[in-house]
Design a protein around this ligand. Structure first.
Ligand code: CP
Length: 328
């Protein structure tokens, strides 16, 4: 496990399948130990600096609670509490925080900036840097989703059909990071991907190309449709969530009108009935109830949204323990 000590976690694409398997394995063990109330202070007296450029419920609290349970501490930082607000260079922030603690975790979803910021910090940090979501990737979420799918299908996930589907919301500013991380990761575990979106809401072409290559390498399928109903047919896992448009206009009204055009892209009971009988419904949360999904689906028997949210804690603890801890 010491192989992962000091490693940055920015995208799952930069980790081997064996390394990702190790995270899943440790997360499962830590989940069991947490349920038993068995101490697992693997990061005794260690410090994680969390820098949040945006709001968060799950990511912030799973990291902070996780560090406490591992015997360490997490500092909850925002730009206004730091000299970032006065323009301090990311490399200077990286070098200073590296001297104070043992890990740096960052959420920065600013389009065209977030991933670059995290990579610049990682380049100059002597401690591991964790991506807590950027404009391109949300690897922690995708790992928690994978853990949840494995639990729900008793590890028999090869050949499952996963549909990653755009859903309506009033905001057109949402990052692409959740679906992009899901389509990159799941094919590596042998799951077939259907990606569905209105034509004005594509993901980044280079990510889709990489996801297709991952699917081809694993011998599974990757298809794209612009028909929401079509995406539900035969699905074992339905992930219906809004994401932003690759806007060709900066006009807010025009952009909102674009979203309104696809108001009927909602995950409801009729559509869930098109999926396999044992299909599960997932959403990274927060969900826009009534727009992305009906209450009947998200509160219904097929929904595993709170199990996935819970698994954020266990995946996070595994990542932190493996990268910040290990052999003394
Ligand atoms: N899914 C997720 O990352 O949730 P938060 O934005 O609340 O952290």
């Amino acid at each position: 496990h010491s192989l992962l000590r000091g490693k940055h976690f920015i995208t799952t694409q930069e980790w081997t399948k064996e390394e990702l398997d190790m995270v899943l394995d440790v997360a499962k063990d830590l989940k069991r130990r947490f349920a038993l109330g068995e101490p697992h202070r693997l990061l005794q007296d260690k410090t994680l600096f969390m820098m949040f450029f945006e709001q968060s419920t799950r990511t912030r609290n799973s990291h902070e609670a996780g560090m406490t349970q591992l015997g360490g501490h997490a500092h909850d930082l925002t730009p206004d509490k730091m000299q970032i607000s006065h323009g301090e260079a990311p490399k200077d922030t990286a070098k200073v925080l590296s001297r104070y603690g043992h890990g740096i975790a960052i959420r920065n979803c600013f389009f065209g900036i977030g991933n670059k910021y995290i990579r610049e910090v990682a380049k100059h940090s002597s401690v591991p840097v964790f991506n807590m979501q950027c404009d391109i990737y949300h690897p922690n979420q995708a790992m928690a989703d994978l853990m949840t799918i494995k639990e729900k299908f008793s590890d028999d996930i090869k050949g499952l059909n996963v549909s990653v589907i755009w859903a309506y919301t009033k905001s057109y500013m949402k990052p692409l990071s959740v679906p992009q991380s899901q389509i990159l990761l799941f094919p590596r575990y042998g799951m077939n991907i259907t990606l569905a979106y209105p034509k004005e809401f594509p993901l980044m072409p280079e990510i889709v190309e990489q996801a297709k290559a991952n699917a081809e390498a694993a011998g599974c399928t990757f298809r794209i449709t612009h028909d929401m109903d079509e995406a539900f047919k035969g699905a074992h896992v339905v992930i219906a969530k809004s994401w932003g448009a690759q806007l060709t206009t900066t006009d807010e009204q025009e952009s909102l009108a674009l979203c309104e055009k696809y108001k009927d892209w909602i995950c409801d009971e009729r559509r869930m009935a098109l999926a396999e009988k044992n299909a599960i419904y997932m959403h990274a949360l927060p969900a826009d109830r009534g727009n992305e999904v009906t209450d009947a689906v998200i509160d219904g028997p097929q929904s595993v949204v709170f199990d996935a949210a819970e698994n954020r804690l266990h995946i996070t603890k595994a990542l932190l323990a493996l990268c910040m801890g290990g052999r003394p």
